[in-house]
Design a protein. Structure first.
Length: 157
């Protein structure tokens, strides 16, 4: 086994392959890994030592609410854009490696996009810019309603 093959094997065992996609901000493509379940959202970009330009992780939450992130076990300085249900960036924040301080969305959002720190600024991307190619929230509405129904049933018991 060659050294690159060994590195790939280790990377894929530590960072399981996730669904990927491409979103566009100001016509700039960003290749994203999609974190749309609790396990992938909790892992995020932990233990990575680099995030190449033009790539990132798109977090998709089942409920549109105020989101909070930290950088435990994350080695790369990141920028995070919080994105509302219409695809508009509400705020962009800088995140410091290994920091346990919370970075919070300025309003309830269903999406967040992490990229290498400074990438948004270098590409003229700021709050108010719209992102296209996001997963459809409507696809999640039925599961959100089921989740709300289950929660209400448990609360009533």
């Amino acid at each position: 086994m060659t050294r690159p093959q060994l590195r790939r094997l280790i990377r894929e065992s530590v960072f399981p392959l996730r669904e990927t996609g491409v979103v566009h901000i100001n016509s700039i493509p960003v290749e994203v890994e999609i974190a749309d379940d609790a396990e992938s959202r909790n892992m995020g970009l932990m233990f990575r030592h680099n995030v190449p330009d033009g790539t990132g992780m798109l977090f998709f939450f089942p409920l549109q609410e105020t989101q909070s992130f930290w950088m435990k076990n994350t080695f790369v300085p990141l920028s995070i854009a919080f994105i509302d249900g219409d695809g508009f960036i509400t705020n962009i924040e800088r995140m410091t490696p290994h920091s346990l301080n919370s970075v919070v969305s300025s309003s309830p959002v269903p999406f967040a996009l992490e990229v290498r720190q400074g990438w948004f600024k270098e590409n003229g991307i700021a709050a108010g810019c719209q992102i296209s190619g996001l997963p459809s929230i409507k696809k999640r509405d039925s599961s959100d309603n089921r989740l709300r129904h289950i929660i209400m049933e448990v609360i009533r018991e």
